[in-house]
Design a protein around this ligand. Structure first.
Ligand SMILES: O=C(O)C[C@@H](O)[C@H](O)C(=O)CO
Length: 273
């Protein structure tokens, strides 16, 4: 059966030195709020993007880039050659209605994270030094999180962006939680995309996306550079021994609050000594 939630990488030339690896649009996915692109840039390549109704977080996943929007110019940003250096990177937030360019100073991979521009916000560098690093979980449920655009940071009007590292033998986004009901303060409605990388590259992880009524229930073998779309439901990730998992989450919904709801059957996992 073809999965509607799992996207394999493509390799489509969309300009001189620009390769589109992933593209998730609201028009070709079950999502209403979240869009995502991943592009590879050769040195000197310039990607240009006019934004209309969407705001965008440009994440310098690897390599060095220069981002320009109007009079704003952020030169040579980006901190790592591989995401598996496990250090935070630089990003730039650009609001709806603006137009930006990304130029590669070195070979680079750039994540473009989109959501509706609810209110205008100034263009802003989100420097690596400002990224919160959080270690969560215990036993085989440990992960490290880089908060690039958490809900505590008002730089964006609807977008949330986070990176997560999970070592082999561990689960993350676990115990299973969801955020698919606009029911604050108990739960917020946030769609989500997962962009995955693996080290070493031939690895895979398992991700299950499922709702309480099982109208969605897919368990996917997810490989390097795949995207998993989470329109609703629980979305845990399990990482086989020997491999390290990285994923970049983009979330958005009607309210910019990350309030998740743990699946009651598995909540006991959080309450162990
Ligand atoms: O803590 C984690 O395991 C990361 C997840 O919270 C992940 O960012 C997510 O599921 C967001 O809803």
């Amino acid at each position: 059966m073809t999965s509607h939630l799992l996207r394999k990488p493509q390799s489509q030339s969309i300009g001189e030195g620009i390769t589109l690896i992933q593209e998730v649009l609201t028009s070709d996915s079950p999502l209403d709020y979240v869009g995502f692109k991943l592009i590879d840039l050769a040195v000197g390549a310039v990607y240009e993007q006019p934004l209309e109704q969407d705001e965008c977080c440009i994440v310098a996943l690897t390599g060095k880039i220069t981002v320009t929007e109007g009079e704003h110019r952020f030169e040579g940003i980006g901190t790592r050659e591989s995401v598996f250096e496990k250090k935070p990177t630089d990003s730039v937030f650009v609001s709806g209605g603006a137009s930006f360019t990304v130029e590669a100073v070195t070979p680079a991979t750039v994540a473009l994270c989109y959501s509706p521009a609810v209110e205008p916000r100034p263009t802003k560098l989100l420097p690596a030094s400002g990224v919160g690093v959080v270690h969560r979980g215990k036993y085989n449920n440990q992960r490290m999180v880089h908060d690039i655009l958490p809900d505590s940071d008002p730089s964006a009007s609807s977008l949330l962006v986070v990176e997560v590292y999970t070592e082999g033998g561990n689960f993350s986004s676990y115990p299973p939680h969801k955020h698919d009901r606009d029911l604050l303060p108990e739960e917020s409605l946030l769609e989500e995309t997962y962009y995955h990388e693996l080290a070493p590259k031939q690895g895979f992880v398992f991700q299950r996306v499922y709702t309480d009524d099982r109208s969605i229930d897919e368990t996917m073998a997810v490989e390097h550079r795949n995207v998993v779309i989470v329109p609703a439901g629980y979305h845990p990730v399990g990482v086989p021994d020997g491999y390290t998992s990285y994923y970049l989450n983009v979330m958005a919904g009607p309210k910019r609050v990350w309030k998740f709801y743990n699946e009651p059957d598995h909540e006991w996992i959080l309450n162990r000594d």
